[in-house]
Ligand binder design. Sequence first.
Ligand code: NAD
Length: 260
Amino acid sequence: MLTGKTALITGSTSGIGQGIAEAFAAKGCNVVLNGFGDAAEIELLRSRLAAVHGVTVRYDSADMSKGEAITAMMDKAIAEFGAVDILVNNAGIQHVAPIDDFPIEKWEAVVAIDLISSFYTIRRALQTMKARKWGRIINVASAHALVASPYKSAYVAAKHGMAGLTKTVALEVAEQGITVNAVCPGYVLTPLVEKQIPDTAKARGISEQQVIKDVLLAAQPTKQFVTVEQVAALCLFLASDDAASITGAIMPIEGGWTAH
Ligand code: NAD
C-alpha cells in the first residue's frame, strides 16, 4: 500500500524521473521532486501533480554533484514528511567521448552525479527506513550497468558501480524490511539520449540517423525504444508489498539487449 508514503525522486524534472514521480503521485504518495530546469515549468509540474492526485508535492533544487546540498535536501524532506519511505536515485548525466579525449572534469561530474550522489541519499534515507522497518530504494542504473559501449567510459563505470552499491546495501539491510534494487533501462527517448546522438555520430564517424538505427535501436532485439511509462511501472512494482522478496536485483528493462 503506497498511499500516504513519501517518495523522493532525484532528477525528476525531466524524462524518466518525471514519469516515476507521476506514477508515485498517482498511487497517493507525497513526492519530493528534484532536478534542474526552467523554474516556471517545474512549478507547473509540481502544482499539477499535487492538484491532479491530491498529494503534497515539494521541489528541491539540490545539485546532485554536491554532498552537502544532497544531505540538506534529505534533512528537509525528512523534517517535513517524517521519513523518505521510497527513494529513487535517478538523477544522471552522460558524456560521450573516446577515453583519450575525455575531459577529466566531465568524467568526475558523471561519476559524482550518476554514482556518488546515491551514497549520500541512501545513507540519510536509511535512518528513517530502519526506524519504520520499511523502505524501498530503487536505483535507476542502465543497461550500461551490465554491458559496455565504446566512448561511454565514465557512464559505464558509474552505472556498473551503481549495481555494486545496490547489491551491497541490499545485503546490509535485508532483515529490516528494506529492499534495494536497480532498474536497468535500455534506450528511452529523453533529453539525455537526444543530446548524445550528435556526439556519438562524431565519435563513430557516422550520421545521426545511423546512430539511431545502427547504434541505439540495433542494441535492442525488440528494435523499439523503451518508454518512460514502462520504467515507471517497474519502479511502482518494486515499491509494492508484492515485491518484498526482491532485493539486490539488477533488473534489465532493455528490450533484450543484455540477453546475448
Ligand atoms: P533526462 O536528461 O531527461 O533527466 C535527467 C534528470 O536529472 C533531469 O531532471 C536533470 O535536471 C537531473 N539532473 C542532471 N544533473 C543534475 C544534478 N547535478 N543535480 C540534480 N539533478 C540533476 O535523462 P533521463 O533519460 O530521464 O535519465 C534519467 C536516468 O535514467 C539517468 O540516471 C540515466 O542514466 C538513466 N537512464 C536513461 C536511459 C535513456 O535511454 N534515457 C537509459 C538508461 C538509463
